[in-house]
Design a protein around this ligand. Structure first.
Ligand SMILES: Nc1nc2c(c(=O)[nH]1)N=C([C@H](O)[C@H](O)COP(=O)(O)OP(=O)(O)OP(=O)(O)O)CN2
Ligand SMILES: [Zn+2]
Length: 128
């Protein structure tokens, strides 16, 4: 009987951005900002056997390259309601938004995207 191997790695990304939740019944209705932390999780079932990426499922540097244009063009120092086009840019909605863009960019092994809005609040999006 053979065992199934699986590795999951993540790359963290950070951005400063403003948002508001226009339908919220509390303070989040008002324009405010966060130091957001995101994580993209990638899975793989084999380690690259040789060469400069030996022992990796994927190079963290390659993950960073997929994230960079998203962070620069849409997330860091942006108003998320405008740049994402989300009516209510919650952590949940932003996690899905990032996931779908990474998926469209063809990131191999994409597993999940996590968005931490504050030190105590986060959401994770993945597909079954
Ligand atoms: N499920 C969600 N709930 C809330 C979201 C969200 O994206 N998903 N967002 C907000 C607000 O944007 C708010 O900025 C964050 O809320 P909260 O964690 O309550 O922030 P606090 O600073 O009050 O956190 P404490 O650690 O409790 O002080 C609201 N809800
Ligand atoms: Zn907020």
């Amino acid at each position: 009987m053979s065992s199934v191997h699986q590795w999951i790695i993540y790359k963290e990304f950070r951005f400063e951005a403003a948002h508001r939740l226009p339908h919220h019944d509390g303070k989040c209705r008002r324009l405010h900002g966060h130091s957001w932390v995101g994580r993209v999780y990638v899975k793989g079932d084999r380690l690259i056997p040789q060469g400069p990426k030996q022992g990796m499922i994927q190079d963290f540097g390659d993950l960073k390259a997929y994230l960079k244009p998203l962070v620069e063009e849409f997330l860091d120092h942006h108003y998320l309601n405008e740049t994402t086009g989300l009516e209510s840019p919650t952590s949940e909605a932003i996690a899905q938004w990032v996931y779908e863009r990474l998926e469209a960019a063809g990131l191999p092994g994409l597993h999940a995207v996590e968005i931490h809005e504050t030190c105590t609040s986060a959401a994770r999006f993945s597909r079954d």
